[in-house]
Unconditional design. Structure first.
Length: 92
């Protein structure tokens, strides 16, 4: 199934992500977003929040900085990057 968000759904997700939810409900409700779309978006975001997250690779910073260096190679005015700390093993 390949479903796309409608404009109402996009606005609802943006509203929830930008303003969050309090124990009393949504902190701010835009008139252009129907309550049913806000409720549906909140259910989806809660479901996504329950999904397990993989640990980032131990060399994430180094590989990211290498990628930035490659993307900016040869550009005038490139700032010199200070060396970063050696990767640390994940804590248990």
């Amino acid at each position: 199934m390949n479903r796309k968000l409608s404009d109402e759904d996009r606005r609802a997700v943006d509203l929830l992500l930008d303003h969050g939810v309090t124990s009393g409900g949504i902190t701010r409700v835009a008139s252009a977003v129907p309550q049913r779309r806000l409720a549906a978006a909140e259910r989806v975001l809660k479901l996504i929040g329950q999904m397990p997250a993989d640990e980032p690779s131990i060399d994430l910073v180094a590989t990211t900085m290498d990628r930035v260096d490659r993307a900016t190679a040869g550009r005038v005015g490139r700032a010199t990057r200070r060396p970063h700390a050696a990767p640390q093993p994940p804590m248990a």
